[in-house]
Design a protein around this ligand. Structure first.
Ligand code: 5GP
Ligand code: ZN
Length: 138
């Protein structure tokens, strides 16, 4: 897609520190390095986000995550964990509108943060489940 920075990386038109590439995906070092070893995996085909991803392409992209996660652990043996993050649309923090998966290794005392607030006391879990189940059936 014109003007998409990740399409340009996939096409080799702009440089990136590529760690893995095959027919379907390309994986490269994220510029920001939220933590050391932070990498992205993207489909080579332009797809904006999870809402546009076909089941098949999602499977192809996501199935490559564990191998790269294990490589990150080998390369950085001091990691204590790894977050897989996928931001979809601006409201969820997406800033590059070509679908990508972040692999963010975690270290003792790093400054990366994902915050889940517990709303279990006030949430209507049954109604939430019902709504989504209904939508799935449509
Ligand atoms: P998002 O906020 O869309 O989930 O993540 C986009 C990510 O792409 C950010 O973590 C940002 O650092 C990374 N990024 C943006 N432009 C470039 C680039 O030109 N090269 C690389 N390697 N990463 C980029
Ligand atoms: Zn693109």
């Amino acid at each position: 897609m014109n003007n998409c920075i990740f399409c340009k990386i996939a096409a080799g038109d702009i440089p990136a520190h590529i760690i893995y590439e095959d027919d379907v995906v390309i994986s490269f070092v994220d510029l920001s390095q939220a933590t050391t070893g932070h990498v992205l995996i993207i489909p080579k085909t332009h797809v904006q986000d999870i809402f546009d991803l076909s089941d098949e392409l999602a499977g192809e992209v996501f199935k490559r995550v564990p191998r790269i996660a294990r490589a990150i652990e080998k390369a950085f043996p001091t990691i204590i964990g790894l977050n897989v993050v996928n931001n979809n649309r601006e409201g969820a923090g997406q800033s590059v509108f070509h679908s990508h998966i972040h692999l963010i290794p975690r270290y003792e005392d790093d400054d990366f943060e994902i915050k889940f607030i517990d709303h279990s006391e006030t949430a209507d879990h049954a109604q939430i489940a019902e709504k989504i189940k209904e939508a799935l059936a449509l």
